[in-house]
Design a protein around this ligand. Structure first.
Ligand SMILES: Cc1cc2nc3c(=O)[nH]c(=O)nc-3n(C[C@H](O)[C@H](O)[C@H](O)COP(=O)(O)O)c2cc1C
Ligand code: SF4
Length: 670
């Protein structure tokens, strides 16, 4: 690959090679272990292999597979790879070949989930150092006997042997995230009285035996890395000074080729979600921990955590915080990061905006998806963006995520594209959320789309509402209607809840989307009524709550669900709760709104029927769900025009991810 001059200068550290154990890696960017949830029966599928092959083609020097169980008591799920017997070897071979063909290197992350996995899949109890339950999984594990310890030690060795036979480049043993090995390492989780518990020496024994077992099976010409937490952030857990000692001890085995540093433990309710920080968490937030470890050892140290921009990656390597830098979600958003750096096209990198949609999917056992990279996890199925041999005039109405992606892909294929947007901004729901104090980062996605549309010469007309007559007058081949959806107003549909409204009420009623658009927060007390829920809607309602609370408005959130923001995944809900509850926002779950009086609201607990009055409310923000904006589409169809397509929320209100996917799919067919 020819590297552009400017790139080779500006990013000279991250583009430089590094020796990791027996292998020379071509640059310093790696993709840390992550489950794409694309396996079937524990084996890689075509889509799984394509997923990793794309990352290799994009130029990252190294990638690590998602955690795979080495023993039946350490299972996660069958849609992840499972390394319990030789049936995995053919799949490894295909995976290794696909990655090597594109110049990449790949390691298997070997794990035993301990108390953090799903038990019951194989009718086995969870195994751990001590019967300490994960606060999230809440399963009390079986305390392992000395014989069981030896069984797992051997299982790691056999699993590593299979990875080597499968042609992979090495293994990463995960001693992080509160999984089995971490449960031995950590004073928080290990309460044993035998020679595997107590002193650090004893707590390290299990990991050191695993390293010996793995090394005895694979020898020196196969990478062995260790992932571990340098600060578990729980009482009695591994802290940085203990982590330094662990790092020194691991290096002194002469069998470990690198240390991959992470923070927290999945055994803890809060830390469970914090090691994959969502926006607005700081960038590079665990790099300091990596530096502390790097100062202790001379083997390569890897850093991860919200490193989304090449400039930050460069800073981390050039300032010797770490030797390799993970841009993991960065590669889910855009697997071609390194290639674009090398070609001096950094501005073309589709930036990860920390939405954690990918994590939400995976933790629900669904294939990985990215909020606005429709190819993530489905590039094989979706197919490439190919130049057209039948150049058409394409008009798109609506500049939300569906319209933007349809415009981008159509224009990339060589069609002549015009996009009309009635508001003064592109982005639809993305733009709405980017108005909130905590989701400003979403603006990056809009900037990226804008740049791509400019680059591929899409004619964009903002502040332009078009009618069917305007469109009928145009000489075009394809019309795409992506006019989105709008929040429903109280009383506007028969199926919406019936609420008594006093006609002299002084309470202003404003939908959450209007609230985010107008940014007017001059109120004293607000009630957010999240009746409809749904991922996108609850997010809009919660963003409105945050906007108001930030400006000192007293906020109460009413919802019929068991918990507030039930549809928002814990990786986002946990920091959201921290922010809302620490600004005094009051939660009223299991409740519905009964009446809107002069200046108060009456709510009812849906289970006990008990009523409660919320006094002195001056604004009510009801989230009642969206309704489609498909009038223009219907009019065009009625007028007999052909080649009209309806996309995204205008079909049925859903998520940004669905919208961009539909745009991507349609534009490939035009
Ligand atoms: C979809 C997804 C799945 C993940 N699965 C694993 C895993 O199997 N093992 C692991 O050690 N870390 C896993 N992680 C955590 C990542 O390795 C990484 O630590 C985290 O994403 C933070 O890095 P980033 O900010 O560069 O994304 C996963 C992350 C994501 C996004
Ligand atoms: S879904 Fe969100 S967090 Fe995940 S890669 Fe895409 S932009 Fe980043």
């Amino acid at each position: 690959m020819k590297v552009a001059k400017a790139a080779s200068k500006q990013f000279k550290h991250i583009l430089s090679p590094i020796q990791v154990g027996p292998i020379s890696l071509k640059n310093r960017i790696f993709v840390s272990a992550h489950q794409p949830v694309l396996a079937e029966n524990g084996l890689p599928t075509e889509e799984y292999i394509k997923y990793h092959q794309n990352i290799a083609a994009g130029g990252a020097a190294l990638q690590i597979t998602g955690a795979q169980s080495v023993h039946p008591t350490g299972m996660n799920e069958y849609n992840c790879l499972v390394n319990h017997d030789d049936s995995i070897i053919p799949g490894y071979k295909e995976l290794a070949k696909a990655v090597h063909e594109k110049g990449g290197r790949i390691l298997a992350q070997l794990s035993h989930f301990g108390a953090t996995g799903w038990t019951g899949i194989l009718d086995e109890p969870a195994w751990a150092a001590s019967p300490v339950a994960s606060e999230v999984m809440r399963v009390i594990p079986h305390e392992m006997t000395a014989l069981e310890i030896q069984e797992v030690v051997e299982a790691f060795g056999s699993a590593a042997k299979r990875a080597k036979e499968g042609g992979l480049d090495g293994v990463e043993i995960t001693a992080a995230h509160g999984m089995l090995i971490a449960s031995f390492l950590s004073g928080y989780a290990n309460h044993r009285n035998d020679n595997y518990g107590g002193s650090l020496n004893n707590r390290l024994r299990f990991l050191l035996e695993i390293i010996d077992s793995v090394h005895s099976q694979v020898g020196d010409d196969f990478i062995i890395g260790i992932r571990f937490s340098a600060d578990e952030k729980v009482d009695g857990g591994i802290n940085i000074s203990e982590a330094k000692e662990i790092a020194r001890r691991l290096e002194s085995t002469n069998k470990v080729d690198y240390l991959n540093v992470i923070s927290g433990t999945n055994l803890d309710r809060i830390q469970r979600w914090e090691h994959w920080p969502a926006t607005p968490a700081p960038y590079g937030l665990f790099a300091d921990l990596a530096k502390e470890i790097k100062d202790e050892v001379s083997i390569p140290v890897f850093a991860v955590g919200r490193i989304t921009e090449p400039a930050l990656a460069e800073e981390i390597v050039s300032n010797e915080y770490a030797d390799m830098v993970a841009m993991t979600r960065g590669h889910i958003a855009d697997p071609y990061i390194v290639k674009k750096i090398q070609e001096d096209r950094v501005e073309d990198i589709r930036p990860c905006i920390g939405s954690n949609y990918c994590i939400k999917q995976v933790l629900q056992s669904k294939p990985v998806r990215c909020l606005y990279n429709p190819e993530a996890g489905r590039s094989n199925k979706l197919g490439s963006i190919l130049p057209t041999d039948n150049k058409k005039k394409v008009v798109i109405v609506g500049g939300g995520p569906a319209g933007l992606e349809a415009a981008r892909v159509s224009a990339m294929r060589g069609h002549e594209v015009t996009l009309f947007e009635k508001s003064d901004k592109l982005g639809g729901q993305l733009s709405l959320w980017s108005n909130t104090p905590t989701m400003k980062e979403f603006k990056k996605s809009l900037k990226w789309f804008q740049l791509q549309l400019e680059k591929y010469k899409v004619n964009v007309h903002l502040n332009t509402e078009v009618s069917k007559y305007d469109l009928m007058d145009l000489d075009v081949d394809e019309i795409i209607i992506a006019t989105g959806a709008d929040a429903m107003e109280l009383g506007s549909k028969k199926w919406l809840p019936k609420v008594y409204v006093n006609e002299n009420s002084s309470i202003e009623i404003i939908t959450p989307s209007q609230m985010l658009k107008s940014n007017i927060t001059e109120f004293k007390k607000a009630a957010i009524w999240d009746w409809a829920g749904g991922e996108a809607g609850s997010q809009t309602a919660m963003s409105a709550a945050e906007l108001l609370a930030k400006d000192g408005v007293k906020v109460e959130i009413i919802s019929p669900f068991f918990t507030i923001a039930e549809d928002i995944h814990p990786t986002l809900r946990s920091p959201l709760y921290k922010r809302l509850l620490s600004t005094g926002v009051v939660f009223k779950p299991n409740s519905e709104l009964k009446s809107i009086n002069k200046d108060d609201l009456v709510i009812r607990n849906i289970y006990s029927n008990e009523e409660e009055t919320i006094e002195n409310v001056d604004v009510l923000v009801p989230w009642l769900g969206n309704q489609v904006n498909d009038n223009l589409y219907k009019e065009l169809v009625e007028s007999g025009l052909e080649n009209i397509h309806l996309l995204g929320d205008a079909v049925a209100p859903r998520t940004v991810e669905t919208a961009t996917h539909e745009g991507a799919k349609l534009a490939r067919k035009l």
